[in-house]
Design a protein around this ligand. Sequence first.
Ligand code: ATP
Ligand code: MG
Length: 444
Amino acid sequence: MNTSVRGTAAPATERDVAGAVRTLIDRLDGELRHPDLSPPLRGLAVRGVTLATGWSIDTWRERVDGWYAAAEKPGGHTDTGEWVKRLRKLRSFLATAGRESRHLDADAAADPQARALFGEEGQDVVTTAIDWLTAAGPPDTGPAAAAVVVTDLHKRYGDVTAVDGVSLTIPTGRIFGLLGPNSAGKTTLLECVEGIRTPDSGEVTVLGLRHATSARDIRTRTGIQLQQTGFYDLLTLRETLDLYASFYPRPVDVDALMTRLNIRDKAKTLVKDLSGGIHQRLSLGVALVNDPELVFLDEPTTGLDPQARRVIWDVVRTLRDDGRTVVLTTHYMDEAEQLCDTVAIMTAGRIRVQGSPAGLIARHVGDSVVELAPAAGFDAAAARALPGVRGCVTQGDRFVLRSDDPAALLRTILALPDAPVEARIRRGTLEDVFLAIAETGEPA
Ligand SMILES: Nc1ncnc2c1ncn2[C@@H]1O[C@H](COP(=O)(O)OP(=O)(O)OP(=O)(O)O)[C@@H](O)[C@H]1O
Ligand SMILES: [Mg+2]
């Protein structure tokens, strides 16, 4: 990984650099959100950032995480709040950047255009900023920065062990995704953390507080969307939100909340007459009505149409960009890959792997895999026996093969006497990681 910085950083006062980085981030933000900007151009902008700095998107992600933690540290920079906001914005942009930039990999013409978008000026600004910010000290990832800390948590229902010794730290200001097959224990774990279920053993702290002694404080500062929620059938959507808002000392503006969730036109509809998707958005609204610092969302997008899912993604990203922490569960791996800063995959009550989606893909699957629809008689054992194969996962009628050299493996496969029905190289995904872990219950 190239972590050297090109260009020479001119000595500058902190304020000059801060201003310059602000300008750059504002520009990026403007470019990336512009309604006229087509997806390829957005990708170009992303590519421009990597070219202008000589850093890969992954390096950027790591560095921004470091700056962010340093800026957040008490006694850090003078205008910490402002910095943290900007770094969050940049980090959120970088979270989706990898995926977008991949689309451009094959497009040789992209580079000159990208260079034109982010030329010398961006390079100098970012270089100086990096020098200044990296001098701010090592990132602080200690318990003070954690929104949730779980230690050795166990929960059984009769003979069923739902959570079997989970330890977990969820940092503040991130989107954390809890993934796993049905019955893995996700909802049980969340409910123990939320304080609505009592664990058999283990410790939970939320925002540095314990449920036993600070239940009311935790309830005021957190928001909960349950996997299934019942509301009063004969209240309207708006009356429901007003009712929940009345429980809290500092509720948000209910009209603004309905606008954010795109449900304002249903304000006067009775709960019993709401469609499933709007009911789902109402329950998210209820979770946000107290303006929480930490939000738990149990499958917030299940059953939603593709457009509605994106509304929820925007809401979740905005929460994170505002410095809040979101803990969610989802069965949509594409959603987790795009939305979450960190994911943990749980099977049978235990967390098997944890990390950034990109990191997990790189570690457990590889950037590229070979996917093949085998010819009759070619089984998983034969696939595993091929030279260079480091793992094989069955996905329906297909095998997904992991290898250090996918191109060589594909050539070997195509030269087999019984050629496969179909074979191709494709990107590794979080779904591959998930399926590999769900199949074996162990890291792939
Ligand atoms: N109230 C309960 N009483 C008895 N068993 C329960 C209860 N709640 C959950 N379980 C069991 O505990 C295990 C974990 O369930 P949990 O709901 O936590 O899983 P999950 O990962 O959220 O699954 P899903 O993806 O289907 O929502 C399952 O075997 C489930 O049947
Ligand atoms: Mg569940």
